[in-house]
Design a protein around this ligand. Structure first.
Ligand SMILES: CC(C)(COP(=O)(O)OP(=O)(O)OC[C@H]1O[C@@H](n2cnc3c(N)ncnc32)[C@H](O)[C@@H]1OP(=O)(O)O)[C@@H](O)C(=O)NCCC(=O)NCCS
Length: 308
C-alpha cells in the first residue's frame, strides 16, 4: 500500500487506500442480492472498519511527513484515541493521550448539518460506500471556515503573541488586534458559529482542561484574554450572529502545548475524530431508510413572484 509523503495527498490516499480493503456496502449491492432493509448492516461494517483504520493511516502519514518515516506500531492494548496519540510519537505522557481523547470526542460531529458531516451524508444518500462518502466529507473539512479553523486560530494567536514582543496581553491590546484583523477584511478564527448563539460548550470543556493543566502557558493566557476582548469587537460589527468562541478557539493551543505543533496536521486530527460522527450518521440514515438527497431548485418566475 503506498502512503503519501505530503499532507495535500491525504484526501486522495484515503479514498484510494480503502478501495482495496473496505467497501462492503458497494460489493454487497453489486452482488444483486442486497435488500433495502439490509443496507444499514453493511454500512455499519464499513463504518467500523473505517473508524478503526483511520487513526493508523493518519499516524502513518504524520510519520512519513514529519518523522522521516519512523513509524510507531499500533498498540491494540490501548484505546482507540490513546493508541492514535501514541502512534504520533510526539509525546508519551498520559496527559497527551487525555487531550487527544478529549479532542477526538469533541470534534466527532455537531448536529450533522456542518459541511463535512452533511457532505458525507449527501454522498452517502446516493448509496455510495461509507469510505467514499467520508473521503468527500474530509474535503469539506479542509476549508478555513470549517476544519482548518483550528490551525488558523493557533496561527492568529502565535502572530499576536509575536507582535506583543513580551508585553503582557491585555483586553485593550487584544481589542485593537481584533479590530485590525476585521479592518483587513479577515474573519477572526475560533469565534462565531453557523447555528450556536452562545459560547460553544466544546470550547468551555477545553478551557476547563487548559485551566486545570497549563493555565500559565503563554498562548493559553493569550487565549483567555481573547475570550474577554474579542466578543465585544465582533458584537460591535452589528452583523455577527454569534460573537462567542467556538470549538476551534483552543484546540490548537492544547495540541501545541503537548508538542503536536505541526499546524498543517491539525485538520487531519479533526478528520480522525469526525470519522466517528460522520459514519455514525450514515448508519442511522440507512437504518431509517432516508432517501437520496437533492435540494429543490426554483424557476426565475417563482423567484420574481416570491422574492421581493
Ligand atoms: C463559523 C462561521 C463560518 C459562521 O458563519 P455564518 O453562519 O455566516 O455567521 P454569521 O451569520 O454570524 O455571519 C454574519 C457576518 O458576520 C461575519 N462573521 C461571522 N463570524 C465572524 C468572525 N469570527 N470574524 C469576522 N467576521 C465574522 C460573517 O463573515 C458574515 O459577514 P458578511 O455578512 O460580510 O458575509 C463564521 O462565524 C466564521 O467565519 N468564523 C471564523 C471561522 C471559524 O472559527 N470557523 C469554525 C467554526 S466551528
Amino acid at each position: 500500500m503506498a502512503f503519501p509523503s505530503a499532507l495535500t495527498e491525504l484526501k486522495g490516499a484515503w479514498s484510494v487506500d480503502v478501495s482495496k480493503t473496505g467497501l462492503l456496502l458497494g460489493r454487497a449491492y453489486r452482488s444483486g442480492n442486497l435488500k433495502k432493509t439490509e443496507y444499514w448492516q453493511y454500512t455499519l461494517e464499513d463504518a467500523l472498519s473505517l473508524v478503526a483504520r483511520v487513526p493508523v493511516l493518519a499516524a502513518r502519514i504524520f510519520c512519513n511527513v514529519f518523522k522521516n518515516g519512523q513509524h510507531i506500531p499500533s498498540d491494540p492494548s490501548l484505546d482507540w484515541a490513546g493508541n492514535y496519540a501514541q502512534m504520533l510519537g510526539v509525546n508519551d505522557s498520559d496527559k497527551f493521550k487525555d487531550i487527544t481523547r478529549l479532542y477526538l470526542m469533541l470534534h466527532a460531529d455537531h448536529e450533522a448539518g456542518n459541511v463535512s458531516a452533511h457532505t458525507t451524508h449527501l454522498v452517502g444518500s446516493a448509496l455510495s460506500d461509507p469510505y467514499y462518502s467520508f473521503a468527500a466529507g474530509v474535503c469539506g473539512l479542509a476549508g478555513p471556515l470549517h476544519g482548518l479553523a483550528n490551525q488558523e486560530c493557533l496561527r492568529w494567536l502565535k502572530n499576536t503573541h509575536e507582535t506583543l514582543k513580551g508585553q503582557e496581553p491585555t483586553v485593550e491590546l487584544l481589542t485593537s488586534f481584533a479590530k485590525e484583523t476585521l479592518a483587513s477584511g479577515k474573519v477572526i478564527p475560533g469565534f462565531g458559529h453557523g447555528v450556536l448563539r452562545n459560547t460553544d460548550p466544546r470550547y468551555t470543556i477545553q478551557r476547563q482542561f487548559v485551566q486545570e493543566n497549563f493555565p500559565d502557558d503563554p498562548l493559553a493566557k493569550l487565549a483567555e484574554v481573547c475570550f474577554q476582548a474579542i466578543p465585544p469587537v465582533l458584537e460591535a460589527t452589528g452583523k455577527v450572529k454569534n460573537p462567542w468562541p467556538n470549538v476551534d478557539a483552543l484546540s490548537g493551543t492544547c495540541m501545541q502545548y503537548y508538542g503536536l505543533n505541526q499546524e498543517d496536521y491539525y485538520t487531519v486530527v479533526f478528520a480522525v475524530s469526525r470519522a466517528l460522527g460522520c459514519t455514525s450518521n450514515l448508519v442511522w440514515s440507512r437504518l431509517m431508510g432516508l432517501p437520496i438527497e437533492r435540494p429543490k431548485s426554483v424557476t426565475l418566475d417563482w423567484l420574481s413572484q416570491n422574492v421581493k
